[in-house]
Every structure is written in structure tokens, then in C-alpha cells.
Design a protein around this ligand. Structure first.
Ligand code: ADP
Ligand code: GLC
Length: 471
């Protein structure tokens, strides 16, 4: 089968979070299973673009309402990612350094989707499935079915994967002029609560909808930022397929970002060396357990509780541990985290920003990974942590619930708590300090975690079964 993935992110081309990791790995594993998976994404001005060779495969002209624009589709020339990668360039809209965060994002992603559908309509053959990811590609199923000029694409099945339903891409109905002429009887297929809602539209129009864990799928029916009734109504076509991790990129035995590789046999010494490196770099005491947080500093991740959590843990448990934070996001959280640095007694540090190499060193060198997320559709960090023998401390939600078992359960290896509150999380920090002192039990947790299989192999089969059901 030929499957075309359309996404705003794809590692290593452009990544803001887990969406990039998944779209950078899933097609590779689908190809490995004998299918032909391709990725189409916007051509941002990233380092990857400058560092690689490209060939032009298509040039076209289309319009966003009365704004006519040229677009160019280029393809990475050497297949170095293990799948065909296509970038769509739209001068003035997509030629930016960052993925998101511009005032005209709605316009940018709508133009990208129109250009994609326009290009697809010029193909000499038809793919078996168009697989769209999140709201940035959410209008594609509607356009393929109901825009007059793309009607011949209507019979190609579409799949939507929801990585995060918090963001839906809402636009006022005045923006409907951007959408190529469509069957006005189908207007409702773009609408939710009197706005154009690209995510809701994709849920309505796609043949199948998947989310990235089973528990998140359950949660969406009562907590999905306004789409609860839609998820209840469409539950028949929705399923949960847990993400995997790219075992080539995330492997402590051959991680190109870390100097001291290790495996199950050498984990104790290997982690100790990485921890020493990390502690030296950030001025931390290597003899204390090291707690890290890696992620977007936003409410969803409960990053706002980190400053108080660190303060309370030091106050109530004592200065018996180190905290190291890597992330960027809400300015007030960044400021509070920076503000804690001057009062550190060699037990706290933070790096505000995005740093892929540092994240690998942190998974390798940390003892515990904090994930108090209020919402976590799947979460990849906890899976990376476990592969690197780092004990995850997670809230009992979404994909975290589906992947981490508390140490109090038979064969448990992580720490699970119910609330994203300073009290609950600092209680877990206390439990973690106890666990760290029990060297035998701690080593056992590492061993159990590192033997767990979070590879894509299992999930890939579920996607393939899903695609086949659409034929
Ligand atoms: P989300 O996609 O919601 O941000 P995930 O757990 O699925 O959460 O994936 C987050 C990914 O982004 C992981 O690969 C994590 O290591 C990475 N990441 C997040 N913030 C940073 C950062 N500041 N620097 C480096 N990597 C980061
Ligand atoms: C989203 C979710 C995260 C998930 C990732 C990849 O960004 O917030 O939980 O792991 O997508 O599916």
C-alpha cells in the first residue's frame, strides 16, 4: 500500500515535540514492513533544508481566496530518512525559521493544505491512503471530498491521527473564502460551535480516526476542549494506537548524542558516567538523586507547578536531591525557573530553550524523569526515559497511564500519582528518594524498564490493519 502522511512536523527536518518524532519514525517502519509510506510537510527554512540535496518534483499555482500563489514541491534526493520526504514551498508564507507561533499561522497552514491537495490532484496515480496528523492537516479530508475541483480525490480514504486535541485550529467563518469552492450543503462538515474547526472537520470527514493511546481516547469523550459530544458521536470510527519509539535514534547503546553509551549489562556504570557529565555541566552534586523535566513549559505539561514543587521538596524533604529542567514555553514559568537558579545550593539548574543533544544526555544521566502532565495523549519522554533506565514519575493520565506501572504494583517500575498538584508530586519525589536509597530495588526497576518493548513493531501492525480495512 502507498500511504501519504501529511504533517506540520517531521524529525529531523522540523520538530517542536512528539508529533515530529512520530512522523519521523512511523513511515520508516511502515516501509520496513513492505509498504510505501511518504511524508509531505511545509518547507520551513530549517538547518535540515540547507544541509541536504533536493530535487524539484512539481510546480503549481493555486489560490487562497483571492490570493493567488505559486508553490513548489521538492523531494529529498537520497532517501536518507528511510522514506520519501516532500516539502512544499510557498513563498511569503512557509519560508520561515519556526514551525508555529506566527500571527498568520491559520493562513499558512490553510495554504499548505490547499497546495498539497492541488498537487495530489495532478498525480498520475492514486495513493491508497492519505493520513493526516493533527489540525494543521485537518481540512484535507474535507477538501478531498467536497471541493468541486478536487472531486476526483473523493474516493481516496483518509485517516486522521490526533496527537493533541487541545489545539484545533479554530477560524472565523469569514475565512471560508480561503477554501476552494465547495458543496455548500456540506458546510456543516467544517463547522463546530459556529467556527471553522479543522480538527472537528477531520474527525467528521476522515474514514478513520486514531489517537495515540487507548486511555486518551477514553478521556476525549469527557475532556477534549469542546469536542466531547463529537467524540461520543463518532466513537465508532475512532481507535487508540499507542505510539512507538524510534529504536535507532533512541538507543543508549548507540546514541550519537552521548559520549558514554551503555546497555542493560553496563547500565549502572554507563548512567553514572552520563550523570557525572551532566552534573559537572550544570554544577550539581553527583551524589544526590537527579530529577529532570524535559518539555514544553505549558499548562498541559503542568510546568507551572515546577517552581513550587522544587521549593516545597527542598523545604519538606530536605536538600537531598537535584533538579534539572530543560524546556521553553510560557514566559512567566521560564522567569520563575530562571529565578530559582541564584538560590541553588548546587542542587538546581535549568536550561531555557530547545536542545536536542542535551535532552539525550538528560535521559541518559538522570535518575528520575518528572511528567506531571494535566493532559498527555501519549507522551514519548517517559518511553525514552525507560529505554535509558531512568525511572518515570508520571500523572495517571492518557498515554502515561498506558505505559507506566507504579512500583507498588506487581512488576512495577515507575512512580504514578493522581493529581498535578505540588502536594501529590512532592510526595512522589519523597517516594523516589526512598527508592533511590534502596539500591537493589532501584537497580531492579532499571532492569525491568530497559527490557520493556516500546518499539514501533506492534503499533505498525495495527496501522496496517486499519489501512487494509479501508480498501
Ligand atoms: P509533546 O509532543 O506534547 O511535547 P512528547 O512527550 O510526545 O510531548 O514529546 C516531546 C518530545 O520533544 C520529546 O522528544 C522530547 O525529548 C522533546 N523535547 C521537548 N522539549 C524539548 C526541549 N526543550 N529540548 C529538547 N527536546 C525537547
Ligand atoms: C502530542 C502529545 C504527546 C504525544 C505526541 C506524539 O504532542 O502532546 O502526548 O506523545 O503528540 O503523538
Amino acid at each position: 500500500m502507498e500511504i501519504i502522511h501529511v504533517s506540520a512536523e517531521c524529525y529531523p527536518v522540523a520538530k517542536a515535540g512528539g508529533l515530529g518524532d512520530v512522523v519521523g519514525a512511523l513511515p520508516k517502519y511502515l516501509n520496513g514492513a513492505g509498504h510505501v509510506a511518504k511524508v509531505v510537510m511545509p518547507m520551513y527554512r530549517t538547518k535540515f533544508l540547507a544541509a541536504n540535496d533536493w530535487e524539484v518534483v512539481h510546480k503549481g499555482r493555486t489560490n487562497l481566496g483571492d490570493y493567488f500563489f505559486d508553490y513548489t514541491v521538492i523531494k529529498e534526493a537520497t532517501n536518507k530518512l528511510g522514506f520519501d520526504l516532500y516539502l512544499i514551498d510557498i513563498y511569503g508564507l512557509l519560508d520561515r525559521e519556526k514551525i508555529y507561533g506566527y500571527d498568520d499561522d491559520a493562513q499558512r497552514f490553510t495554504a499548505f493544505q490547499i497546495a498539497f491537495v492541488d498537487w495530489l490532484s495532478a498525480w498520475q496515480h492514486r495513493p491508497d491512503v492519505v493520513h493526516v496528523h493533527d489540525y494543521h492537516a485537518g481540512l484535507i479530508p474535507f477538501m478531498m471530498q467536497y471541493c468541486y475541483r478536487y472531486n476526483h480525490l473523493a474516493s481516496i480514504p483518509t485517516v486522521l491521527t490526533i496527537h493533541n486535541a487541545q489545539y484545533q485550529g479554530w477560524m472565523g467563518w469569514d475565512k471560508s473564502v480561503w477554501i476552494p469552492p465547495y458543496d455548500s450543503w456540506k458546510t456543516g462538515m467544517m463547522d463546530w460551535a459556529d467556527t471553522i474547526n479543522p480538527l472537528a472537520s477531520a474527525i467528521k470527514c476522515a474514514a478513520k480516526v486514531t489517537t495515540v493511546s487507548w486511555s486518551y481516547l477514553d478521556e476525549l469523550r469527557y475532556m477534549s476542549n469542546g469536542l466531547e459530544a463529537l467524540f461520543e458521536y463518532e466513537r465508532g470510527k475512532c481507535s487508540g494506537i499507542l505510539n512507538g519509539i524510534d529504536a535507532d535514534v533512541w538507543d543508549p547503546a548507540k546514541d550519537s548524542y552521548i559520549k558514554d553509551d551503555y546497555d542493560l549489562k553496563t547500565v549502572t556504570e554507563g548512567k553514572a558516567k552520563n550523570k557525572a557529565r551532566l552534573c559537572e555541566q550544570f554544577g550539581l552534586d553527583v551524589n544526590k538523586p537527579l530529577f529532570v523535566f524535559i518539555g514544553r513549559l505549558v499548562g498541559e505539561k503542568a510546568a507551572d507547578i515546577l517552581p513550587a514543587l522544587i521549593g516545597d521538596s527542598f523545604y519538606y524533604i530536605g536538600r537531598r536531591m537535584n533538579f534539572l529542567i530543560l524546556g521553553s514555553g510560557e514566559p512567566q514559568v521560564e522567569a520563575q525557573l530562571n529565578g530559582l537558579a541564584p538560590v541553588s545550593q548546587g542542587d538546581y539548574s535549568c536550561y531555557i530553550g530547545y536542545n536536542e543533544a542535551l535532552s539525550h544526555l538528560m535521559y541518559a544521566g538522570a535518575d528520575f524523569l518528572l511528567m506531571p502532565s494535566r493532559v498527555e495523549p501519549c507522551g514519548l519522554n517517559q518511553m525514552y526515559a525507560m529505554r535509558y533506565g531512568t525511572v518515570p514519575m508520571v500523572r495517571n493520565t492518557g498515554g502515561l497511564r498506558d505505559t507506566v506501572k507504579d512500583i507498588n504494583m506487581p512488576d512495577g517500575y515507575g512512580l504514578v500519582f493522581d493529581n498535578a498538584s505540588v502536594g501529590d508530586v512532592s510526595h512522589s519525589v519523597w517516594r523516589a528518594v526512598q527508592l533511590y536509597q534502596d539500591k537493589e530495588r532501584f537497580a531492579h526497576c532499571r532492569e525491568v524498564m530497559m527490557k520493556l518493548d516500546f518499539s514501533w513493531e506492534k503499533s505498525i501492525q495495527q496501522y496496517i490493519t486499519l489501512y487494509k480495512s479501508l480498501k
